[in-house]
Design a protein around this ligand. Structure first.
Ligand SMILES: [Fe+2]
Length: 306
């Protein structure tokens, strides 16, 4: 049923602080009523909506489905006795609203995410597959910036990962990709796609761990991260390569203690995922294949107030 992640809403105490961070990250800001909405350059798709409020808080996640999926979702919500209610925020889009087992708001719309830029990254000369022959690597790369292509996933903190998994799979139709006991679980969409659309990390309460944007190549991950670090933003973790999803990553702390991640080269799971066997890995093997540093001690600290 849930086929895509459309955007997330965040309540933050200062929109302009958010604008400075996300614009330097590579997103474009557009005023939308009293809110600030961020999109990837050249793509007609909201990705982050910042709403003014007292304390920073993940407000909601907006997902996409199709007509059949919406009908099935409504049936399952009714069966699970989850009330569908009027929009709890003053936002200019439709869809249905309800809360997950821990009170986090979910919006689901009949919508397909806008197409992502069809400009292909430069070819890579990997051993045995030399694709860039007779020409140098793109010389414009010396002036390169990170250009986020799309919001790929969010990781939420959950006080009960198993309860979150049960709700998001049984009611919303997401599917298990890989997990680490009751500490971390990665779920993919019902139409396949990225290894994870949503993941849950154990904490005492809910909150946003990170949101993650795909970029065109490894250069852009590190150019983006270094740009933010030079501007004084705090390092989150990276550069490295994950186990769950296999993607290269670099996380930077946003101004409120959650993180924004650049990713590249993530695993893709087909719509027919019957051949995909979810792993259940021990905690010491869950984070990375390699990274330039060990994960910082605060990597899984939930800085969002309950
Ligand atoms: Fe991620």
């Amino acid at each position: 049923m849930i086929r895509s992640l459309l955007h997330i809403g965040l309540i933050v105490p200062d929109l302009e602080v958010g604008r400075a961070f996300y614009e330097l990250f590579g997103l474009h800001a557009v005023a939308s009523g009293r809110d600030l909405v961020f999109r990837c350059p050249g793509r007609d798709q909201d990705q982050v909506r910042l709403m003014q409020g007292e304390k920073k808080k993940l407000a909601y996640a907006a997902f996409g489905t199709n007509e059949t999926g919406m009908a099935e979702l409504k049936r399952r919500l009714e069966k699970a006795a989850v009330p569908v209610v009027a929009a709890p925020f003053d936002v200019p889009f439709g869809g249905i609203w309800f809360q997950d087992p821990h009170g986090d708001w979910i919006n689901v719309q009949i919508a397909e995410p806008a197409p992502v830029s069809d400009v292909l990254p430069s070819e890579i000369n990997a051993h045995g597959r030399y694709r860039r022959v007779g020409r140098a690597c793109d010389p414009s790369s010396v002036n390169k910036k990170a250009v986020p292509l799309r919001l790929g996933h969010l990781i939420k903190f959950s006080p009960d990962v198993n309860a979150s998994v049960e709700f998001y799979t049984n009611v919303l139709g997401l599917r298990m990709s890989d997990r680490c006991m009751d500490i971390l679980a990665f779920l993919h969409g019902s139409a396949g796609g990225d290894h994870h659309l949503v993941a849950f990390a154990k904490s005492s309460h809910t909150g946003l761990h990170h949101i993650s944007f795909e970029v065109a190549d490894l250069d852009e991950i590190e150019i983006g991260a270094q740009t933010l670090l030079r501007a004084g933003y705090k390092d989150g973790f990276g550069l490295g390569r994950h186990i769950g999803g296999s993607n290269y990553f670099h996380y930077i702390r946003d101004p409120w203690g959650s993180m924004a991640e650049y990713f590249w080269d993530i695993d893709v799971i087909p719509e027919d995922d019957s051949d995909w066997v979810p792993l259940n890995v021990p905690p010491e093997k869950v984070v990375m294949v390699w990274a330039t540093t060990p994960p910082p001690e605060d990597f899984v600290v939930n800085f969002e107030e309950p």
